[in-house]
Design a protein around this ligand. Structure first.
Ligand code: ARG
Length: 563
């Protein structure tokens, strides 16, 4: 039980006949300063029932409430200020964490409902961008968070492996490419070809017709076209997998856009049957003016399907395959309009489950204030960023802890952790400007700081020869530990909030606060001194280690025991 629940219960026992437990709970307030206790109850709303002044009611209640869990109950005018008994609460909280370990904060809210999460979804033959990194780490973390509250996440990498750009790529490859060059350096070479196509096509516009023709062959299952496409896809995936391995991210499905090739005619048939398609300059569209949206373009005049057509097929496929409780799309802010149109078309088709589909957008990463664009070949290569972060971690470890075993593995965990945490610590909708120095910074509110705090807690336990044993006194009364206890107490609701808002930053912020509170405690307290509270202090250290590790796990970040 959290403090509010404990206070609500104590008040309810006295006012049972007049207020429900929920009513009491809703009236409770968080005092602005700790001088006014941990929880406050304003007595105004009982004035009518009891026909007395609120001040009088507050005073009466104070005399009747069972004080077992409170240090004191103060009456200040019409307010009752409850000061929790630190000893009772800390014992209770620590006991719970010792019992539940990393399962503390788990819940069954999700009831095993399946939740497809559309994440990462880079485009074949192009490098994974920083935007795709954001989608990957945010989506991955949301998966862990939802799993913790009882959902079953299904991580889907909706690869951008179809579309007219493959016509362009085939043309460019046939004109200027070679097998050896692609094999040597797949993504760089494919990107070079793609960029070259655009440059040349600016003057030689007939290249665009050739590209369209090749895409058509692709859509018609032409052997040569399919062969090249498949090869580009495989080579690209090999490169992507290097990054996914570094990040420790895996997927349950790699069904990308191409997978829906043979599933789009069902969609267009349905649209036709429901008289939703209309013609516009030879193309087929769905009118969405009722939603204040531009029409959705479903089929071009040459018969080619579009991004949204494939997303319609994918949405239906996911409903049928997973019978999802929710369906989530972790895709940049700039595609918000697309997802509005997607949901609107599904709604027009009569699918009420589109209500359960949510676009989870995120802000843009800029560099020097400018948007990053692949087409011009300007791009921060993710692999380079990760490698630089690992280098920087290796350096710092060599300085601080030269004798550390498995230095290389820890450098990876810390370097990659820094990049991931940096991405997740701010509200996902915030835009941010990317500088490598900022990402590999280890002080302040960073992943390595949290990892380091976890390792510190682990080393204290090791030094103490800490062993858990059941019956012991876990009461703590000091101010510094109380700050930690309150953060632990808030854990379950923190997880629920993060899940409800699809917001990993809620977890990251909790981790930082907990790490800061713990470091303050560590600076103030002789943890290892032999007295009757030593066991309780060690249990607190243990609880902090458990929760920091769990916070990091939920973010997709490793927690080495030593660093
Ligand atoms: N491949 C797309 C891009 O890089 C993202 C795909 C997002 N997922 C989806 N179902 N539309 O922009």
């Amino acid at each position: 039980m959290n403090n509010k629940e404990i206070v609500a219960k104590a008040i309810f026992d006295v006012v049972k006949d007049d207020l429900s437990l929920e009513q009491v709970q809703q009236l409770l307030e968080n005092p602005k300063s700790t001088d006014h206790g941990d929880v406050a109850f304003p007595a105004f709303s009982l004035a009518k029932v009891y026909r007395k002044a609120p001040q009088q009611i507050a005073a009466d209640l104070a005399g009747k409430i069972d004080g077992a869990n409170f240090e004191k109950i103060e009456v200040v005018g019409p307010y009752l200020n409850f000061f929790m008994s630190k000893g009772m609460i800390s014992a209770n909280v620590l006991q719970t964490v010792m019992e539940q370990k990393s399962h503390f904060g788990d819940s069954t809210v999700g009831n095993h409902g399946k939740v497809p999460i559309d994440l990462s979804s880079p485009n074949i033959a192009k490098p994974i961008s920083m935007g795709h990194l954001r989608s990957t780490v945010i989506g991955n973390s949301i998966g862990f968070i939802l799993e913790k509250i009882g959902y079953e996440p299904v991580r889907i990498n909706h690869l951008g492996d179809w579309g007219t750009q493959f016509g362009k790529l085939i043309v460019a490859y046939k004109k200027w490419g070679s097998e050896a060059a692609v094999k040597e350096n797949p993504i760089t070479e494919l990107l070079r070809l793609y960029v070259e196509f655009h440059e040349v096509a600016e003057t030689e516009t007939e290249l665009n017709d050739e590209a369209r023709a090749w895409f058509k062959r692709l859509e018609e299952d032409d052997q040569e076209a399919i062969g090249l496409w498949q090869w580009f896809r495989e080579e690209s995936l090999k490169e992507f997998n290097k990054i996914y391995d570094m990040l420790g991210v895996s997927f349950d499905s790699l069904n990308g856009e191409a997978f829906y090739n043979d599933k789009m005619s069902e969609i267009t048939d349905m649209l036709e049957e429901k008289h939703l398609l209309s013609e516009s300059e030879g193309a087929e569209i769905v009118d969405l003016s009722a939603y204040d949206l531009n029409p959705a373009l479903i089929r071009k005049s040459d018969g080619a399907t579009l991004y949204i057509t494939r997303d319609l097929a994918a949405a239906l496929y996911r409903k049928r395959t997973y019978d999802f409780a929710k369906s989530i799309y972790v895709v940049g802010n700039e595609q918000s309009y697309h997802f509005k149109q997607l949901k609107a078309v599904l709604k027009e088709m009569g699918f009420d489950w589109q209500d359960e589909m949510t676009h989870v957008p995120f802000g843009l990463i800029t560099q020097g204030g400018k948007k990053l664009s692949t087409r011009k070949g300007k791009i921060v290569l993710l692999e380079e960023v990760l490698n630089e972060a690992i280098d920087s971690a290796r350096e710092q470890i060599s300085e601080k802890n030269p004798d550390l075993e498995n230095k290389e593995e820890v450098a990876k965990q810390v370097g990659v952790g820094a990049v991931v945490f940096h991405d997740l610590k701010n509200d996902r909708l915030n835009n941010f400007d990317f500088t490598l120095e900022e990402v590999v910074r280890f002080e302040g509110e960073t992943g390595p700081y949290v990892q380091y705090t976890h390792a510190r807690a682990m080393s204290i336990l090791q030094k103490a020869g800490y062993e858990e044993n059941a019956a012991k006194n876990l009461q703590l009364n000091d101010e510094e530990s109380w700050e930690i206890i309150k953060l632990i107490q808030k854990y379950p609701e923190t997880i629920l909030l993060a899940a409800e808002k699809y917001e990993p930053s809620v977890i990251a912020k909790h981790a930082i606060k907990l790490a800061q509170a713990f470091n303050k405690y560590y600076a103030h307290t002789k943890i290892l001194v032999d007295d009757e509270q030593k066991e309780a202090r060690l249990a607190l250290v243990h609880a902090v280690a458990i929760l920091l590790k769990e916070d990091l796990r939920l973010l997709g970040v490793q927690a080495p025991n030593k660093m």
